[in-house]
Design a protein around this ligand. Structure first.
Ligand code: WTA
Length: 580
């Protein structure tokens, strides 16, 4: 860390906040809220109004909000006026189905424009929007839909069978709204509602619901070490921190064409694919297709993308690919940023070489609702560091007693809770879990870090067993639970194994029934089982058969031991072990 080579990043395009220090000194929440967010006269607000209606009612009505590039080559543009009409219609569709303020409405769709219309339509009428990856299978869906007690799901004919299969276990589910785009025929049923038909009949006028700043807006399920995924719930004032960070960290200006590569099923897709960019009235590109270097460079080239927010695994895949940026005209790019996992210095150096620009690392979490530590435009970048706190955010490295540690010492990466206006409001149905995040005035991230003498933060690792594979946060318990539903498997322990491209891969140690042949074929079958029942991306890429799992005397799997064994490290203190 001592002798890192520093990169001077370009200053902001519009020097309204010429440097980091000034941004930091000038910043106050009240001022920013007053300047950036439109409140209704009674002091309430609505994210959908701030992201769409106010622009549609002003100078930006004909500005492109969403540029859609489909998997099949479909290209569509939506202006802010279009988005206002569609989101109002969808809000009317929901109220017509008797959805009330505070009801949970979940979206299970690929990355098509209707997904964004639905998301903002839900917020507009005061519902709580939940988003899910199209890769989710029945177990992952059931966990989320049961816990949230969602009453309505928006999906399409392709994905619907997964809902159909679990419907009997979802007593609170009233309606399934099916988007027709591209599908042959819709299934029939009393609970089935056609998106296209209802939208065609719905009024384009809708008065956005008046929400207090703490009223719930969206929820996302995310993983911890133990138990099932937890519902992280956010409020309507989240739009403020999303906008502040999109402006000061991602440097969005009025004429930018912005591409955030994240899926709406992930918090980055929500906050930086919707809230921040549209809060500022910016233009956002959506690409619904599989990752390939050619496809991605073509999106950057064809749409003349200027600001690109991506993730380390994708960047590392681009680095290693035969197709390189020099084969495309990417001269429109002016600012690059990255999030989700440690960004290795090599990736930054490659960016300098390939685009003439550094990737600016940013750090945050689902629970935080917005970028909290970042490499500013204009800041000196220390490759390998996550940067400095966003204006107004107070971040620190603390010890078990909540005391700030001196520069250079490793500890818990924490934030003063009162300085993050987008911090989650609650964990759905789980006050105890919510409370466990706090130590006095501190919100504890679960990450370990170091702050250097210049105030830069460096990521060390997780303090728990959460796996970060290709930027996706996966809980070992979910994967273990899926593994043991395979008939030949008795029990399983799951860890994150370091991987050059994906940061970590999921590795499972599996104990099989007596007499079962432990073959490579069995491993493939077990992998397919997890893909089919949990999620396409959350399966163990590596499986090792083991006779017995290391456990504590109380029967808890000691993943720490599995990890040390995997890394060939000393297994440390084993005094609580059963008899390993
Ligand atoms: C990790 C994603 C290193 C970290 C927005 C965090 C990072 C978890 C970085 C949150 C980064 C995120 N460098 N690690 N720049 N950004 N992480 O909730 O462990 O999906 O706690 O939110 O990802 O993942 P989540």
């Amino acid at each position: 860390m001592a002798d890192v080579k520093i990169i001077q990043s370009k200053p902001r395009k519009t020097p309204n906040l010429p440097n980091y220090q000034q941004a930091y000194q000038e910043f106050s929440w009240d001022k920013a809220a007053g300047e950036l967010v439109d409140f209704f006269p009674d002091g309430t607000l609505n994210i959908a109004y701030n992201c769409i209606d106010r622009h549609a009612e002003g100078d930006k009505k004909d500005k492109k909000a969403l540029i859609y590039n489909g998997d099949d080559g479909t290209k569509e543009d939506y202006t802010f006026a279009d988005m206002k009409k569609l989101t109002s219609q969808f809000a009317n569709v929901l109220t017509g189905q008797d959805v009330k303020k505070g009801d949970r409405v979940f979206i299970f769709l690929p990355s098509i424009p209707e997904r964004y219309v639905a998301f903002l339509g839900i917020l507009k009428m005061g519902g709580i929007a939940g988003t899910m990856f199209a890769a989710f299978q029945e177990m992952a869906l059931l966990d989320r839909l049961q816990d949230s007690q969602a009453s309505v799901i928006i999906t399409n004919a392709d994905l619907y069978p997964r809902i159909e299969n679990i419907k009997k276990d979802l007593p609170k589910l009233q309606k399934v709204i099916l988007v027709e785009r591209g599908s042959a025929e819709l299934p029939a049923g009393e609970h089935i509602v056609s998106y296209d038909k209802e939208m065609a009949n719905a009024s384009a006028e809708f008065e956005p619901a008046k929400m207090s700043k703490d009223d719930y807006s969206y929820m996302l399920y995310t993983s911890g070490t133990t138990g099932k995924p937890k519902g992280v719930v956010h409020g309507h004032l989240d739009v403020l921190q999303a906008m502040v960070s999109t402006k000061y960290s991602l440097d969005i200006q009025d004429d930018d064409i912005y591409w955030c590569t994240a899926d709406l099923g992930w918090v980055t897709g929500v906050v930086y694919g919707v809230l921040g960019i549209w809060g500022l009235g910016g233009t956002s590109v959506i690409f619904d297709g599989r990752f390939s270097p050619e496809a991605w460079y073509k999106v950057l080239q064809d749409y003349k993308v200027t600001v690109w927010y991506s993730a380390p695994t994708a960047i590392r895949m681009l680095m290693g690919a035969p197709t390189q940026p020099k084969d495309f005209d990417l001269s429109s790019l002016r600012h690059l940023a990255s999030v989700g996992e440690p960004l290795n210095p090599e990736a930054i150096w490659w960016g300098m070489d390939a685009f003439g620009l550094p990737f600016h690392d940013t750090w945050w979490q689902t629970e935080l609702g917005a970028i909290s530590i970042t490499n500013y435009p204009g800041i000196e970048i220390k490759p390998g560091s996550m940067g400095k706190p966003l204006p107004g955010v107070y971040a620190a490295v603390i010890d078990d007693g909540g005391r700030e540690l001196p520069a250079g010492e490793e500890g818990d990466l924490a934030l003063k809770a009162s300085t993050v206006s987008s911090l989650m409001k609650t964990i759905w149905n789980n006050q105890e879990k919510f409370d466990s995040y706090f130590r006095g005035e501190w919100y504890i991230s679960g990450d370990r870090g170091i702050k250097d003498k210049d105030g830069y933060f460096w990521f060390v690792g997780r303090s728990d067993d959460v796996i970060n594979t290709a930027g996706e946060r996966v809980g070992p318990f979910e994967v273990e639970s899926a593994l043991v539903t395979y008939p030949d498997v008795i029990e399983a322990g799951v860890i994150g194994k370091p991987d050059e491209i994906r940061g970590q891969i999921i590795k499972a140690f599996v104990v099989t029934q007596p007499g079962v042949k432990q073959t490579e074929e069995l491993k493939t079958k077990i992998q397919a089982h997890v893909k089919k029942h949990l999620a396409g991306h959350a399966y163990p890429r590596e499986i090792e058969f083991i006779d017995k799992l290391p456990k504590t005397r109380s029967g808890k799997i000691m993943r720490r031991i599995l990890k040390s064994k995997e890394l060939g490290q000393d297994i440390g203190d084993t005094s609580t072990l059963e008899d390993y």
